[in-house]
Write a protein that binds this ligand. Structure first.
Ligand SMILES: O=C(O)CCC(=O)C(=O)O
Ligand SMILES: [Fe+2]
Length: 503
């Protein structure tokens, strides 16, 4: 019989404090692991004042000046730790409407050339200036330490619930293979147009996630066995706990990883905040080679859990064959192409070579806005996301009523668009919105064939345009000494191809 679920169980940690109630907690945990994959943990062993302090810091963290955020932007960090501005993250190629800071448990970078590339993923966090948000770093680190301890204790409870020998999962937390846990602080503003993807459907990495819902908004949804999305609204004083894909793999599916997503707050609402903590495992472990053995009667319980009737989002599916660090690196590359492009150019190329999203977005924005532009194309590996974002935003700006005629897409204008004091200045919140709109158009149509004859350089905005520019497929005219394709959808669109971003 399939045990579908329509709500998320609440498990009371205080049941563990007496032997009579402890076994009830373990029984509930076993049921939840196998049949749901998500739970609320009430009365957790984390100091209430520390949780409240973290909650209070959330809005303040996003209110610090833009320059202070940019100073610690994620693109500075090969560890993907730092600040990501609104709309710069992707889930399965789609833009997430959230702004966030990623932090890690303390770790000194120790990667040397010749070491596995994924070891470079581990390293120190970038913290906001103490003067701007006094006490935040210490509070957050204290919170992190308690979450790390709780997550370790929880693994022992899972061993008990699945009737494994005590300590059976210790091997996954050896420091030898490099181990760092992650946490982040996330802001989901209310959107002002049609998309409401706070974060798209996904699984989590590693073993366990402890999520603090730091405002009263609904938004988190969990997919049940028949594919329906059910709400996991905030319950004050609880953590939402869910299983990562590595834990599912190593437990032969007994501890289920469950797909989840976040919907943006309703239009006009205040922002939603959340603080997830992700318990990682040692980077060198290939989970698929360390599968745990269970008693047959425990394995049989999987049958009650039933089969999922829907197509899962397949992120983190490589745990069965690749070192866990490599699995995480791949996921980070796919979610943060701007960081990947700077620090992991080969992986960037591998995952974004044929339909580089930003590159396609630029052209598509031009197409849908019907703007004449001098955009040619960069070879993928030289694509600068920030630059590209500016181009897209400028494209939109130039088509607004404020400008009687489209401005030429010159390097100078793009430069102005990036200059705060210019009337063309790009507002932080502006460019991602344009990107998102362009993404919708793009996704509705399938990728564009942008690259043409790849033996030629594909350019970009031309600082020094050649005298006889190479024609693209689009009809062209000469103007101001620049090559100006008049963008016509029929000419630039290729037949839909399968998406390049594979999970
Ligand atoms: O913000 C939330 O409630 C959940 C976020 C999440 O699932 C994630 O970042 O992995
Ligand atoms: Fe998640």
């Amino acid at each position: 019989m399939t045990a579908n679920f329509s709500s998320i169980p609440v498990l009371d940690y205080s049941l563990l404090s007496s032997p009579e109630t402890r076994s009830e907690f373990i029984r509930q945990l076993q049921h939840t692991l196998i049949n749901v994959g998500f739970l609320y943990l009430s009365n957790p062993p984390v100091a209430r004042e520390d949780i409240d302090a973290v909650i209070n810091y959330c809005p303040r963290l996003f209110d610090i000046p833009t320059e202070a955020k940019e100073k610690i932007q994620k693109a500075n960090s090969p560890h993907f730790l730092g600040y990501s501005s609104f709309g710069t993250e992707l889930t399965k190629g789609q833009i997430d409407l959230r702004e966030q800071y990623d932090f890690g448990t303390p770790y000194e970078a120790d990667w040397h050339s010749g070491d596995p590339e994924y070891h470079r993923l581990l390293g120190p966090s970038q913290w906001p200036d103490e003067d701007l948000i006094p006490g935040f770093k210490d509070t957050f680190l204290k919170y992190f330490r308690q979450l790390e301890k709780l997550s370790t204790e929880f693994i022992a409870l899972i061993e008990e619930a699945l009737e494994l020998p005590p300590g059976a999962m210790k091997q996954f937390f050896s420091n030898i293979g490099g181990l760092q846990h992650w946490g982040k602080v996330v802001k989901y503003p209310a959107p002002d147009n049609s998309s409401n993807q706070g974060v798209g459907a996904h699984y989590d990495p590693g073993f366990l996630t402890f999520l603090l819902q730091a405002s009263a908004h609904r938004g988190l949804q969990v997919q049940n066995l028949v594919g329906d999305w059910i709400h996991a609204p905030p319950i004050p004083g609880t953590f939402v706990v869910n299983m990562g894909k590595a834990l599912e793999t190593v437990t032969q599916g007994l501890a289920k990883a469950t797909s989840h997503r976040v919907l943006s707050p309703e239009k006009g609402s205040s922002p939603r905040y959340s603080v997830p903590f992700f318990q990682n495992i040692s980077q060198d472990i290939v989970v698929g080679e360390s599968i745990l053995h269970f008693k047959p009667e425990i394995l049989k319980l999987k049958e009650t859990g039933g089969k999922r009737a829907h197509a899962d989002p397949a992120n983190y599916s490589e745990y069965d064959r690749l070192p866990s660090g490599q699995v995480c690196l791949i996921a980070r590359v796919k979610s943060h192409p701007d960081v990947a492009q700077r620090h992991y150019p080969e992986l960037f190329q591998q995952f974004f070579s044929q339909t580089p999203p930003a590159q396609a977005l630029v052209l598509d924005a031009c197409t849908c806005l019907n703007i004449r532009s001098q955009i040619l194309l960069y070879p993928t590996q030289q694509l600068d996301m920030q630059f590209t974002t500016a181009v897209v935003a400028l494209t939109a700006l130039t088509s607004t009523a404020a400008f009687a005629a489209p401005l030429p897409m010159t390097a100078e204008n793009v430069h102005h668009a990036r200059d705060e004091s210019s009337p063309l200045a790009l507002r932080d919140e502006f460019s991602p919105l344009v990107l998102r709109d362009a993404a919708e158009v793009l996704n509705a149509r399938g990728p564009l064939d942008l690259l043409g004859d790849d033996s030629e350089p594909m350019g970009g905005i031309m600082e020094d345009p050649p005298e006889v520019p190479r024609p693209l497929n689009a009809p062209a005219s000469q103007d101001h000494g620049y090559y100006i394709p008049t963008v016509n959808p029929k000419d630039v669109m290729a037949p839909p191809a399968p998406p390049r971003i594979k999970d």
